[in-house]
Structure formats: structure tokens, C-alpha cells
Ligand binder design. Structure first.
Ligand code: G3P
Length: 224
């Protein structure tokens, strides 16, 4: 089954979506944590309380050297949760990923803007690959196309890396990448809410209720 994550550090929203969606866990990045104003340790403590011991969390290194990323990855890996270390798929990041994987740490290569970049990260051993669908679209190219090409390359070369598609602004982008058979996806809160929202839903439900009460008053279904 596809792994479904929320891309947020907002605990209240995680509580909300844990109730109605099969969340595998939560992804964060430095910008998300900065805008939440909450550090990684505090966020993880709260998230683990909400999601329980089987949740998986993706947290990004902020070091800018290979040695720094490798050391930071080890520290993140030692946190008492199921952690995946996010490393930007830059020249420096790819070098770090090769080293981090020698220690058997789970790695997500992030900030992927092209299929070739994602493919190099997969060859370096990244367990997850995060192409930024909407950001690619916003640059005038084709985010879904990048994901399709990357999934094709993974299939052709028998690589086990999972695409964890990220950066969405609408549900059409989400549906288009899900149809490609990707292994994981992370949704911002607003797009997660749009996944089950449709203007026709609530009127339909209200009509059922009206028809029922007109015919059977306050009886429940099994009492009628
Ligand atoms: O982690 C990457 C993802 O959060 C980017 O999303 O909405 O900032 O493009 P966005």
C-alpha cells in the first residue's frame, strides 16, 4: 500500500487527519519547522504521542558539508523513533548519502527537480526520493512527467527506492502521481483536506437526512 504522510509540523492537524486517513507518518523540512517555530525534538515528541510507536518520521539535515551531513544523519537516526534522514540531492548531498547508507540508515533524497537527479540519488542508495511536483510545475515544466520518468527508470533498473512525491497545490497533481504506482506521498494539510472534499457531498448527505426524517422521524435505520 502506498505510504501516506502529512507534510506539516502542526500537531492539531496531525490529530485531525490521524482520525480519518491512514497516515504512515509525517514529513518535515527546515522551512516547515522554522515557520512552526518549534524545534525537531519537541515536534517529534508531540507527533509520537499522537501517532504512536509505528509512525515513521522524515527529518532533514541542515548541515552543508558531507562530513556534517553524515554526522547529523547519525544523530537523527539515534532519535528514539522510526526516522528517515532527508538529505538534499545536491553534489554534496549525494556524496553524503553514499556514506550514510554504509551505516544502514534510512535516507530520503530531497529537493529533486529532475528525473536524472532522482535517478542518481537512487543509484547512490537513497531509500526514498522526493520530487517536488508543484515546484516543478511552477517553473514551467512538468512535475508529473518528472515523477513518471523517475518511476520508469526505477522499474527498468530494478531499483527498490520509493518515490515519495512532495510539493502539491491541488488534488489533480496528487491523483496524477498516484496513478503512476509511486510508493509514498506527502500532502500539505490543505490538499489532504481537498482529497475528500467535493461541493456535491454535503448536499447529498443533507438530502438523505431530510428524506429519512420526513419518513421515519427520529428512528435509527435498524429501528425502522
Ligand atoms: O518537503 C518538500 C515539500 O514540503 C515542498 O513543498 O509546498 O514547499 O513546495 P512546497
Amino acid at each position: 500500500m502506498i505510504e501516506l504522510y502529512l507534510d506539516t509540523a502542526d500537531i492539531e492537524q496531525v490529530k485531525r487527519f490521524k482520525q480519518c486517513l491512514p497516515l504512515k507518518g509525517v514529513t518535515t523540512n527546515p522551512s516547515i519547522l522554522a515557520s512552526a517555530g518549534t524545534g525537531l525534538n519537541e515536534v517529534l515528541t508531540d507527533l509520537a504521542q499522537v501517532l504512536g510507536p509505528n509512525a515513521r518520521f522524515h527529518a532533514q539535515v541542515v548541515s552543508t558539508s558531507v562530513a556534517g551531513m553524515v554526522e547529523e544523519a547519525k544523530q537523527i537516526h539515534q532519535l528514539p523513533y522510526d526516522m528517515v534522514v532527508k538529505v538534499p540531492a545536491t553534489e554534496t548531498g549525494l556524496a553524503a548519502i553514499k556514506q550514510i547508507k554504509k551505516d544502514g540508515i534510512l535516507v530520503l533524497a530531497t529537493a529533486i527537480y529532475s528525473a536524472q537527479q532522482g535517478f542518481m540519488a537512487a543509484l547512490c542508495g537513497a531509500d526514498y526520493l522526493a520530487p517536488y511536483v508543484n515546484r516543478i510545475d511552477a517553473m514551467g515544466t512538468n512535475g508529473v512527467g518528472v515523477v513518471a520518468d523517475l518511476q520508469y527508470l526505477l522499474n527498468q533498473h530494478g531499483l527498490a527506492s520509493k518515490i515519495l512525491a512532495a510539493s502539491f497545490k491541488n488534488t489533480q497533481q496528487v491523483m496524477d502521481v498516484m496513478k503512476l504506482g509511486i510508493g509514498a506521498i506527502t500532502l500539505p494539510v490543505d490538499v489532504a483536506a481537498q482529497m475528500f472534499a467535493h461541493p456535491a457531498v454535503q448536499p447529498a448527505v443533507e438530502q438523505f437526512s431530510k428524506d429519512w426524517h420526513e419518513a421515519f422521524g427520529n428512528k435509527l435505520s435498524f429501528e425502522s
